[in-house]
Design a protein around this ligand. Structure first.
Ligand code: GRF
Length: 227
C-alpha cells in the first residue's frame, strides 16, 4: 500500500498567494503532500476561499478575551487535522509560546526578508530605508521569539534604484512562491529537522541557509531533473 501523503496545515491571514503556490504545486504533481486544513485569525481572509469549505477554519482573533485563548482554540483545530507540518504562509499573528511548544519542530514560516535582518513588519520599506542593495525572503522554523528560528532557505532579489516598497514586495513575492514550495517539498520528504538553533538536512547540520537558484531549486538539496 502506498504511504499516505504528508499532511499540511496552512495558517493564513490575507490574500493567500503562498497557499495557492502550494496548492498549485500539489495539483501539478510537484509536491507530494496534501493540504488538510487552512486556518485563519481573520474570517474574511481571501486565502480561505482557495480551499473547499470543509478544509476551512477561522475565528476572529479580536473576539477572544486573550491571545492565549485564541491560540488554544487554534491549537485544538490544528491538532484535529493531524498535520505533519504546519506552514505559516502569510499568517500575520504571533503564535504564542504554548502553541509553538506543542508543535515545535513542525512549524514553518515564510518571512519577507533575509533573516536575521528585518524581523517583524514593514520589511520592504525598512530594507529600502537602509539602502540595501539586496533583499529577499526566508523560510524558517518557528520558535517563541518572533522571526527568530533557524533559517532553512532563502531567496534573494536585487533592490533597484527606483524601487518603492510595493515594487520591491512584488519582486520578492515572485521568489517567495518557489522558495516555499521547495522547502515544503524537503519537509514533506522528511529531509529537514530542527535541532536547537540548527537545521538538519538529511541528518547533517546546515551552517548557512540553502539558497534558491535561478531555476527555482535549492542548492545541494534537489536533483536538477526535478520539477
Ligand atoms: C508574504 O509576503 C509573506 O512573506 C508575508 O506575508 C505575505 C503574504 O502573502 N509573511 P500571501 O497572503 O501568501 O499572498
Amino acid at each position: 500500500m502506498p504511504s499516505p501523503l504528508p499532511r499540511l496545515a496552512v495558517l493564513v491571514s490575507g490574500r493567500g498567494s503562498n497557499l495557492q503556490a502550494l496548492l498549485d504545486a500539489i495539483a501539478a504533481g510537484h509536491l507530494a503532500a496534501q493540504v488538510v486544513g487552512v486556518f485563519s485569525d481573520r474570517p474574511a481572509a481571501p486565502a480561505l476561499q482557495r480551499v473547499p469549505a470543509p478544509l476551512r477554519w477561522s475565528r476572529d482573533a479580536r473576539a477572544f478575551p486573550t491571545r492565549a485563548e485564541f491560540d488554544a482554540a487554534l491549537a485544538v483545530a490544528v491538532a484535529a487535522a493531524q498535520p505533519d507540518w504546519i506552514v505559516c504562509a502569510g499568517y500575520l499573528r504571533i503564535l504564542g509560546d504554548d502553541f509553538v511548544a506543542r508543535f515545535r519542530g513542525r512549524v514553518l514560516n515564510i518571512h519577507p526578508s533575509l533573516l536575521p535582518k528585518y524581523r517583524g513588519l514593514h520589511t520592504h520599506a525598512r530594507a529600502l530605508a537602509a539602502g540595501e542593495r539586496e533583499h529577499g525572503v526566508s523560510v524558517h522554523f518557528v520558535v517563541p521569539e518572533l522571526d527568530a528560528g533557524a533559517v532553512i532557505a532563502q531567496a534573494r532579489v536585487p533592490v533597484l534604484a527606483d524601487d518603492e516598497a510595493d515594487t520591491l514586495a512584488a519582486r520578492v513575492l515572485q521568489v517567495e512562491h518557489p522558495l516555499l514550495v521547495a522547502v515544503v517539498r524537503l519537509a514533506a520528504a522528511g529531509r529537514i529537522a530542527e535541532h536547537g538553533a540548527t537545521v538538519l538536512l538529511d541528518g547533517h547540520p546546515l551552517f548557512t541557509p540553502l539558497q534558491l537558484d535561478s531555476t527555482g531549486h535549492l542548492d545541494h538539496s534537489e536533483p536538477r531533473s526535478g520539477p
